[in-house]
Ligand binder design. Structure first.
Ligand code: F6R
Length: 598
C-alpha cells in the first residue's frame, strides 16, 4: 500500500521516477506525486489519479538529478490533491514521501508540534514537520541526525524518502516495518518500496533493515541504527527482473498472469524436484516434533491455505487448521513449540500476516513462510521460507500466485507425511502441461453475459469445491463489483436458501464424482425457488437432467488436484466479466496489491 520511489544520479531523474512509480503503482493508485529541487526551491507536483495522469498533466524542467515520488493508497485523509504525497514541511524546507501509518500523528500534531500549521489530514505530515521542527530548534545538527531524532517520536510503521532544500543532491531514508530497498547502478542510486521500483540497470540492491535510516549522496550511502550507531548495508547482486511490468501481447497483466499459470506450476515443481531445494535445505530438526499445523493468511492466500490444511491433515495425519491472520492475532489457537505455523502471503508484506508471525513466535511456534517475494519482510521474520516461484504478479487480483501457493502446499503436505513428494510433484507437472488454456478461455466466454447480467451470484460446492467457490467468488467480486458469496452447499438449507428468488444466479461447482448427487439435490431446491443455475463441472451430469447449455466445463484433471486447476476458468470468467463491464481488472477500485496496514 503506497509505493515510494527516489532517484539520485547522472540520468534523467523525472523519467526514472516515472518508470519506478509505474512499476510500483499496483501498491495504490488513488493519487501520485513527485518532488525535486529546482534552483533553491523544493517543487512538489501531485494529482489525484494514477501515475500516467500525473505525468500527462505536469511539466518538469530538464536537468533534474535528484527527487522522490509516491503513488498513494489512502489510509488517513480523503483522496484529494492536498492529501497526496509528497508532503512539504511547514517551512517548505523538506519534502517527504511515506508508506506506512504513524499511529500517534494526532498526538504529535496537538502536542510537540502544536505551534506548527498543518496543511493536510495525513499522518505523514507529522513526520516532515517533526524533522523541520528539530532542524529549526537545532540548526547546527546535520539533517540526517534530525531525521534520526524525529524517528524516536514516531509510533507505527514507515518507509520514508525525503529531500531537503539545504542539501540538493541528497535523499534521506528510514524504514520500520514497511518495505524499503536501495539499488545502485553506475553513477545512479534508486530507492523504492519494491524491487520493481528500482532502475532496470541496477547492479546491486539491499533491503533496508528494520530500524535503519540514513542518507544517499553522490559520494555514497551512509546508514545508521536507531540511536545513531553507523550501520553497514550489505548489498547483494541484483536478481533477474526479466519479466517485470511487461504485459507482452496481453491486454492486461491479469490476462498475462492467468496465461502463465501452467508454466508457473511446472517451474515451481522443477525447483522443488532439484536435489538441493527449498524444502530439503531446511535442517531436519526443524520438522521434528510437529504435532499440529496452523495455516495463517489473508484473502486469496487464505483460500490457498485452506487447500494446504485439508491436504496436510489428510496426507500427513496431523491436526491442521486455517486462520485469518487478522483474527489469529486476537484469538490465537493453542500454539506451542510443537506447532508449525505456516504463513502464506504472495507479497510477504501483508501487515496482518506479519503481526500473526510475531504472535506465533512469542508462543514458541516454529514458523514457515510461503511467499512469492523472497526480499520481503516475511522471509526475515520466519524461521524458514518456501518460495512459490510465480514470478512478479502485478495485477491486484491474485491469480497465478494462488496456483503456485497451492502447488507448494500440496508438496508440503506430502513432505510432512514421509518426506516424499516426488510422486505428487510429477502428477501436478504432467497435468499442468496438458492444460488447454485456449479452450478454457473459449468456454469461459460463453458464460460471461449470463454472469454479467446477474444481480448477485451464489457459488456453492462441497469439500474441495467449496474452497474453489470461495476463491471464485472473491475473484469475481473484487474486479466486477457484482455482489457474490460462496456457501458450502450443505449449508444452504440451513438459512441462506431464504435469499433465493427469481433473478438469483447460483453457480454450482462439482468436480468430485462422490458429491454430484448431494450437491445437485440442494441446487435443485434453489432452482425450484426461482434461481438461475450454472453448473461448473468436469463430470458428466446427463443422468441428472442437467441441460448442456447450463454447463460450464471445468478442466478434466485428477480429482485430487481439482482445487489447483478448476479455479483457472473461474479466474478467466472474472477477468472477462470485468473487461466486459468496462473496468480495468488490473486496478480494481478501493484495493491495493500489498496490504501493509492492519
Ligand atoms: C485477492 C488478493 C488478496 C490477497 C490478500 C493477501 O485477489 O490478492 O485477497 O490475497 O490481500 O495478500 P498476500 O498474499 O500478499 O499476503
Amino acid at each position: 500500500m503506497c509505493g515510494i520511489v527516489g532517484y539520485l544520479g547522472n540520468n534523467d531523474c523525472i523519467e526514472n521516477i516515472k518508470q519506478g512509480l509505474l512499476n510500483v503503482e499496483y501498491r495504490g493508485y488513488d493519487s501520485a506525486g513527485i518532488s525535486y529541487i529546482d534552483g533553491n526551491k523544493i517543487v512538489v507536483q501531485k494529482r489525484v489519479g494514477n501515475v500516467q495522469n500525473l505525468f500527462d498533466t505536469i511539466t518538469c524542467p530538464d536537468g533534474i538529478h535528484c527527487g522522490i515520488g509516491h503513488t498513494r493508497w489512502a489510509t488517513h485523509g480523503e483522496v484529494c490533491e492536498k492529501n497526496a504525497h509528497p508532503h512539504l514541511s511547514f517551512n517548505n524546507k523538506f519534502s517527504l514521501v511515506h508508506n506506512g501509518i504513524i499511529e500517534n500523528y494526532a498526538m504529535l500534531r496537538d502536542n510537540v508540534l502544536s505551534e506548527i500549521p498543518f496543511r493536510t489530514d495525513v499522518d505523514t505530515e507529522s513526520i516532515v514537520n517533526m524533522v523541520a521542527y528539530i532542524n529549526q530548534e537545532k540548526p547546527e545538527m546535520p539533517i540526517v541526525n534530525c531525521l534520526g531524532e524525529s524517528l524516536k517520536s514516531l509510533q507505527g510503521s514507515y518507509a520514508i524518502a525525503m529531500i531537503a532544500k539545504e542539501t540538493p543532491d541528497v535523499i534521506y531514508f528510514a524504514r520500520k516495518e514497511s518495505p524499503l530497498l536501495i539499488g545502485v547502478a553506475d553513477g545512479e542510486t534508486f530507492i523504492s518500496s519494491d524491487i520493481l521500483g528500482l532502475g532496470k540497470n541496477c547492479e546491486k540492491y539491499v533491503v533496508v533493515p528494520n530500524g535503519v535510516y540514513g542518507v544517499i549522496a553522490t559520494d555514497g550511502i551512509k546508514a545508521y541504527k536507531q540511536g545513531g550507531k553507523p550501520y553497514e548495508l550489505e548489498f547483494k547482486s541484483m536478481i533477474s527482473l526479466g519479466e517485470r511490468a511487461d504485459k507482452g501481447d496481453n491486454a492486461h497483466f491479469m490476462q498475462k498472469e492467468i496465461n502463465e499459470i501452467p508454466a508457473v506450476i511446472v517451474n515451481t515443481i522443477d525447483i522443488y524436484l532439484k536435489p538441493l531445494n527449498p524444502l530439503t535445505i531446511i535442517e531436519p530438526s526443524f520438522w521434528e516434533g510437529i504435532e499440529r499445523i496452523e495455516f495463517i493468511a489473508c484473502g486469496t492466500s487464505y483460500h490457498a491455505s485452506m487447500v494446504g490444511a485439508m491436504f496436510a491433515e489428510d496426507n500427513a495425519h496431523k491436526v491442521a487448521r486455517t486462520h485469518f491472520a487478522s483474527e489469529f492475532v486476537y484469538n490465537p489457537p493453542f500454539v506451542d513449540e510443537h506447532t508449525l505455523c505456516v504463513f502464506v502471503s504472495q507479497s510477504g508484506e501483508t501487515a496482518d500476516t506479519l503481526h500473526a508471525v510475531k504472535v506465533a513466535k512469542e508462543k514458541g511456534a516454529k514458523t514457515l513462510g510461503v511467499t512469492n517475494v523472497m526480499t520481503s519482510n516475511l522471509v526475515h521474520v520466519c524461521d524458514h521460507t518456501l518460495p512459490i516461484c510465480a514470478g512478479v504478479e502485478v495485477a491486484v487480483a491474485s491469480t497465478k500466485a494462488y496456483n503456485a501457493q497451492v502447488t507448494v502446499l500440496l508438496l508440503l503436505a506430502d513432505f510432512l507425511r514421509d518426506g516424499n513428494y516426488e510422486t505428487i510433484a510429477r502428477r501436478i507437472s504432467s497435468e499442468a502441461m496438458t492444460l488447454n488454456l485456449e479452450e478454457m478461455w473459449a468456454n469461459a466466454k460463453k458464460f460471461v453475459k449470463k454472469i454479467s447480467n446477474s444481480r448477485s451470484i451464489y457459488f456453492v460446492g462441497r469439500h474441495m469445491d467449496y474452497i474453489t467457490c470461495l476463491e471464485s467468488s472473491l475473484k469475481l467480486k473484487e474486479i466486477s463489483y457484482i455482489p457474490c458469496e460462496a456457501y458450502a452447499a450443505g449449508e444452504l438449507k440451513h438459512g441462506t436458501i431464504a435469499l433465493v428468488e427469481e433473478g438469483t444466479t447460483m453457480l454450482a461447482i462439482v468436480t468430485e464424482p462422490k458429491l454430484i448427487s448431494k450437491t445437485l439435490n440442494i441446487v435443485e431446491q434453489a432452482k425450484a425457488r426461482g434461481a438461475t443455475l450454472i453448473y461448473y463441472t468436469s463430470l458428466n451430469l446427463k443422468d441428472f437432467a442437467v441441460k448442456d447449455k447450463d454447463v460450464m466445463r471445468a478442466p478434466v484433471v485428477d480429482v485430487e488436484l481439482s482445487p489447483l486447476f478448476s479455479i483457472i476458468p473461474m479466474q478467466m470468467v472474472a477477468y472477462l466479466v470485468s473487461v466486459g463491464k468496462g473496468y480495468n481488472p488490473d486496478r480494481p477500485r478501493n484495493l491495493a496489491k500489498s496490504v501493509t496496514v492492519e
